[in-house]
Design a protein around this ligand. Structure first.
Ligand SMILES: [Zn+2]
Length: 308
């Protein structure tokens, strides 16, 4: 069964260690062979600029990750196709994987809208406003006394709206989340779970989940153990609980997957890399009807990616 995966950190891993190779490196949970083995049809690749990079060098680091995306992920692998439109998505052939470029956190654009527009022109299809801390756009979930969207943040949303670009609310603090919901045309959460089931600041309250559903957005469930359950107890079964909960809020058509492969350690037992995706599908099929599993793993995300 096919998968759309809304978030991985392959680009930053390859940025930090240029010796890592995309097709088969065992250091990548989402290397090409594993994506193919797991039947991942579309993978979103996030540009995430590490906190430790000096602010003045962050935009350049983002550009280097754009370069890795095109030169090391797409160019050497004819079966990997860049996806920038619904036509690209529809045109994917049987043995091909779609690669979507995204931005996780606006730290790299500083307070400069030209930098944002430049990244969009380079093919970024989804913009996450923050990582865990504050930037010129808004504050992240771990920022103290977190505030909402800044004036510049509102300008950023305006730019995304004009270009029909997805606005990713994973990592943003709650005040900013609600500001975004007031004005963003296409909000979604690429990798977040339910606070109701697992109390972690990265997870979404029921009101936040309902608001995303109402805006025709999506919640990409993630396999980060801390966001699923007590980390030492987290298992694939917890993914079912989070799905059940969003379904209970009326969100069956708004659940997707956002693994965060290559973004956290250690991996979830039984789902240690993208090649093991079908174990998750087997588990899902034991609990949900076939058509519901297909929506959660593929169709919900696919339908949202380039919706108007
Ligand atoms: Zn993240």
């Amino acid at each position: 069964m096919k998968i759309v995966d809304g978030h991985c950190d392959v680009l930053v891993k390859m940025f930090l260690d240029p010796s890592i190779e995309f097709q088969y490196s065992q250091q990548l949970q989402a290397n090409l062979n594993r994506l193919l083995a797991g039947d991942v049809k579309v993978q979103l690749f996030a540009i995430y600029v590490p906190e430790k990079i000096h602010p003045e060098l962050k935009f350049n680091a983002a550009l280097q990750m754009v370069d890795i995306f095109y030169e090391k992920i797409v160019k050497p692998h004819p079966q990997v196709k860049v996806i920038q439109s619904s036509d690209d998505l529809q045109g994917l052939q049987e043995n091909e994987i779609g690669a979507v470029l995204t931005l996780e956190g606006c730290d790299a654009i500083y307070n400069d809208e030209v930098k944002l527009k430049s990244l969009l022109r380079l093919g970024v299809q989804s913009v996450g406003l923050t990582w865990n801390y504050g930037n010129f756009v808004a504050d992240g979930v771990l920022e103290e006394n977190a505030g909402g969207l800044s004036r510049f943040g509102k300008k950023v949303i305006e730019i995304l709206n004009e270009r029909n670009i997805l606005c990713d609310v994973s990592h943003i603090a709650e005040k900013g989340f609600w500001d975004v919901m007031d004005i963003a045309k296409r909000p979604f959460a690429s990798h977040s779970n339910c606070l109701h089931y697992c109390s972690h600041p990265r997870n979404l309250t029921d009101d936040q989940i309902r608001a995303l559903i109402k805006k025709d957005g999506l919640i990409g469930l993630t396999f980060v153990r801390e966001f699923l359950n007590e980390p030492h107890r987290a298992s694939i079964n917890d993914v079912l609980k989070h799905i059940d909960h969003i379904c209970s809020l009326g969100g069956e058509d708004h659940i997707g997957l956002g693994s965060d492969f290559d973004g956290t350690e250690p991996p979830l037992r039984g789902l240690e890399h993208a090649g093991e995706y079908q174990y998750l599908i087997d588990t899902l099929l034991q609990h949900f009807p076939h058509d519901v599993v297909e929506k959660i793993t593929y169709y919900n995300f696919k339908n949202m990616l380039f919706s108007r």
